[in-house]
Design a protein around this ligand. Sequence first.
Ligand SMILES: NC(=O)c1ccc[n+]([C@@H]2O[C@H](COP(=O)([O-])OP(=O)(O)OC[C@H]3O[C@@H](n4cnc5c(N)ncnc54)[C@H](OP(=O)(O)O)[C@@H]3O)[C@@H](O)[C@H]2O)c1
Length: 398
Amino acid sequence: MKNIIVLGSTGSIGTSTLDVVARLGAPYRILALSANRNTELFLKQVHQFKPRFAAVLDPASYEILKPQMPKGTQLLPPEMESLTFLASLPSAHLVVNGLVGAVGFQPLVAAIKAGKTIALANKEPMVMAGQTVMQECQRWNATIIPVDSEPSAIFQCMEGTDAHSYHRTHESISRVFLTASGGPFARRKNALSTVTPAEALNHPRWKMGKKITIDSATLMNKGFEAIEIMNLFHLPQEKVQIVIHPQSLIHSAVEYVDGAILAEMSEPDMRIPIQYAVTYPKRMPSPVQPLNLFQAQKLEFFEPDFERFPCLELALAAQAKGGIFPAVLSAADEVAVEAFLKEQIKFTDIPKLIYSVLKQTLSRPGRVTLHQAAEADAWGREQARVHLAEKKYKKVVL
Ligand SMILES: NC(=O)c1ccc[n+]([C@@H]2O[C@H](COP(=O)([O-])OP(=O)(O)OC[C@H]3O[C@@H](n4cnc5c(N)ncnc54)[C@H](OP(=O)(O)O)[C@@H]3O)[C@@H](O)[C@H]2O)c1
């Protein structure tokens, strides 16, 4: 039996994970589920998968669900401790972290300290304190298997090579090509200042949650992924080459020192990397149609446009500065994306708001501790709200 915890089960990653687990059947079994506000879907999932434990963080959702929980499922109180409890359950074999934003940080840390294997989609904690997270994995004998399609592709392209262990320096690797679809505005000629939330939520290739879809439109998502893979695979920034690849068929590639490039290709469907993380190191049949190379016709590759998409440069600059900068970047981005979705700021104000907070961030020497990263997240969030209220965001100077 392989007992699986799914945190964020009602989200895009969560529902795809449950689809994968339902199709795989025994020995894969759902031990616990967590969500926030989508009580209707959550209740359906609880009835279908009959988990031993369930949790929602939203107190109003807890009150709705409490009288409806089936016998055999214990609904935990609506508090962060319930998520950390689930992430460290002794009988759990795999923790799937499909939470969005910094809310996934504490559950990730709890899973690591319990020595778990973690299928990680929630990239923000890896942005906030990725190097320290990897160090803690070593200390507690925990393993992270990336779920995000690009880090998963890189993980797969490193398999069977001397670079596969996270803890080695990758002398055999000369470059990693981190691919990006470019989002909905890669080829847009009009100014980006008039972009509406509805337009930005219309991603050409992937159907995802709102936060990551907006991050994909600003290219902040690619910046986050660049930070994530540097931390996951101990790669220096100069070995990471971001490539706009509109067809989204190559999910990333690794170039070795002998000139060989290994790429991972498939139809863009998250169930492939999710399933690989669930069944790793085994490969199992999946419901996704294999890629038809004859229909694919062309594969295009472009350099990213840093000027039109300043979030990318902001992310790389924050990572280069190190310390608390990436945690502040991630926190300010969460506030900025929320403000854009509520139509409080323009699309082009997102990088300006983030920059205004980063500009006043003081650097601290050395690697951040987990505690400092959580503090920096809270500080960055608060500052972003103040800058938003006082309209302190004017421009980005890079
Ligand atoms: N979607 C993708 O294809 C994809 C691909 C690669 C990486 N990722 C990464 O995976 C993570 C999840 O993305 P997603 O697209 O699946 O997001 P999503 O669709 O918005 O789902 C987020 C999940 O987290 C729950 N949640 C949200 N806020 C919460 C809170 N404050 N407390 C507790 N639970 C909360 C939601 O619950 P309710 O729905 O019940 O409110 C939902 O179950 C993100 O970090 C994203 O960057 C996603």
